[in-house]
Design a protein around this ligand. Structure first.
Ligand code: HEM
Length: 539
């Protein structure tokens, strides 16, 4: 017969055990045998979340090493997350895009991150996933417009010209009177940011109107998770909230001055104005909030990518010499002091340079893709024929940070190999190519035997929501880095020292590219015979 325990401690233990049992019983999602393998955590209900908070996305790698499945069910609170850790399952997720939705999650995130009012939230929700069977609605129209404007063609060429010539202005001012010391990440982040923002938003852009908004943006960005998760962020995520407001204010001033009408504003922004304010009647204030979202797209991945590419090239004298051999062929001399970098040639005729760029993205931009399960959905792995059911209201996360470091990348997957993306065939093809064709930086990975691995290379995501900015990002990064390679030497802070690549930040969630964990002092000087040279780009 049941009797009340005499020890108060035992009583407490029993009550806690009973509570955990009840919470687990009612909160833990019911298992369905048709779902992907179910991975319990050592601490019920909260375990996976606590581990993620402590270890960031490294936790997914550890789970994958331990269980080695291609896809998992992770119970979290009363719901579940499906973790995708293989290219084949990633393809299966992208195929089911009607019910595995990107827009539902992005809408949820932008509403809180950009502090929209109710009227704007309603506009965001309108025909969010094409429920009406049409392509109207703010989110869908902006998506379609961006895919169009940023696709290879004359509009992208104009944007490329603008960013590259802005970058050249900054680089031309370097080491003019002899070697110059730089705090490298800080220098790069500042100059790349203002060059990009000027190319996109025009001469009277928000950073030009309010220079403090640039630093505020990076504070806002590093507090983005807290801003979306914490209630009353103005109290509990104060630093991020203040920085966010400074960015909103700078954009508001830009909108209020109608500076988007200035010559030099990109078609991207002119079209965003037409859709958001013209067609859907967003207020200037709310549009100013929403524009900050494009800053995330434009800056948070490209700046670290440029940094790591420069770091790896200048750290390794042999790699620098090889890439220089390619890049020098893309330069023409217009006069004794004027050189032109031909960007089309840079993209199509520098196989090692392009390979190193993609390798940097593999290692430092393993950005996860998230999808919302709008209805129970069966997905099938077309290599194995196996199927699983994903349950309504769950979230699917394609763990690029796992996929980029396992098969098919081989035993050296953990280390930087700038030649990884060269295959014999590809090299021959690139050498022979004389046109300025634009290779897709998100093209499937081909290994050294020429075998194609679809969806193994995922820095730009995949499926319907593949990053529209990938061609632009490729041009900006290769353009900036090419000027350093062709015209400068970057060494350590002391005479004769080589550049030493700093470690990456330790805790990361793989929402965006990894930043350096510490800054690095360098000395930049002009390359011999390029002392007085001024650079421009031809696109
Ligand atoms: C190295 C640079 C970049 C990386 C690694 C990157 C990566 C990504 C990833 C992983 C996604 C999500 C795809 C998915 O879930 O399947 C994405 C989406 C997006 N990116 Fe990028 N991105 C970069 C540069 C840019 C640039 C320069 C822009 C704009 C100027 C941009 C604009 C966007 C936009 C608007 C989306 C949302 C797409 C949609 O609504 O369907 N990105 N990016």
């Amino acid at each position: 017969m049941f009797s009340i325990p005499s020890s108060p401690l035992l009583l407490v233990v029993l009550v806690i055990a009973a509570l955990i049992f009840l919470i687990q019983r009612f909160l833990t999602p019911r298992k369905d045998a048709r779902e992907p393998p179910y991975i319990p955590s050592n601490v019920p209900i909260f375990g996976h979340i606590l581990n993620l908070m402590r270890q960031g996305s490294d936790y997914f790698r550890k789970l994958n090493t331990r269980y080695n499945h291609g896809i998992y069910t992770l119970p979290m609170l009363s719901g579940r997350m499906y973790l995708v850790a293989s290219p084949d399952w990633a393809i299966a997720v992208h195929r089911a895009h009607k019910t595995l939705q990107f827009n539902t999650l992005i809408a949820q995130a932008i509403k809180s991150l950009f502090a929209f009012d109710n009227a704007t939230n309603a506009l965001v929700d309108y025909n969010l996933n094409g429920e009406n069977g049409t392509r109207d609605g703010i989110i869908i129209e902006i998506h379609d417009m961006m895919q169009g404007v940023l696709a290879p063609g004359p509009l992208l060429d104009a944007l490329n010209r603008s960013i590259l010539n802005n970058i050249a202005v900054h680089v031309n001012q370097l080491a003019v009177h002899g070697p110059q010391r730089l705090v490298f990440w800080t220098w790069l982040r500042h100059h790349f940011s203002i060059a990009s923002v000027a190319a996109i938003w025009g001469p009277r852009n928000p950073f030009a109107l309010h220079p403090e908004a640039e630093e505020a943006f990076w504070v806002f960005e590093s507090n983005a998770t807290a801003l979306t998760m914490v209630p009353y962020p103005q109290i509990f995520a104060r630093q991020g909230s203040t920085a966010r407001q400074a960015v909103f204010d700078a954009f508001y001033e830009y909108m209020d001055a109608e500076a988007y009408n200035d010559a030099g504003t990109s078609e991207l922004i002119k079209n965003r104005v037409k859709i958001n304010m013209g067609k859907y009647g967003l207020t200037k204030k709310m549009f100013a909030h929403g524009e900050a979202s494009l800053l995330f797209g434009a800056l948070v991945n490209t700046v670290p990518t440029a940094f790591w590419l420069l770091a790896y090239i200048f750290e390794d004298a042999a790699l620098l010499a090889d890439i220089r051999g390619e890049v020098d062929k893309c330069v023409t001399a217009d006069s004794a002091s004027k050189r032109t970098m031909h960007i089309g040639k840079l993209r199509s005729a520098c196989p090692l340079f392009s390979s190193a760029f993609r390798e940097v993205l593999r290692m430092y931009a393993p950005v996860h893709s998230n999808r919302f399960v709008a209805a129970d959905t069966t997905i099938t792995n077309h290599t194995t024929g196996q199927s699983y059911v994903l349950k309504k209201d769950a979230v699917v996360q394609i763990a690029t940070s796992v996929i980029h470091f396992k098969s098919p990348w081989g035993p050296d997957a953990a280390s930087f190999n700038p030649r990884r993306f060269l295959s014999t065939g590809e090299r021959a093809k690139s050498d022979a190519q004389s046109s300025d064709k634009l290779p897709d930086p998100a093209a499937p990975y081909r290994d050294s035997e020429g075998k194609i691995h679809g969806s193994a290379y995922r820095s730009f995501g995949g499926g319907n929501n593949i990053c529209p900015g990938r061609f632009f990002a490729q041009t900006e990064v290769l353009g900036l880095v090419s000027l350093f390679v062709a015209g400068f030497e970057v060494g350590g802070a002391r005479e004769g020292e080589r550049f030493v690549t700093p470690p990456e930040e330790t805790w990361k969630m793989s929402f965006s590219a990894t930043k350096p964990g510490s800054d690095v002092d360098v000395v930049v000087k002009r390359r011999e015979a390029y002392e007085g040279v001024e650079w421009t780009f031809a696109t």
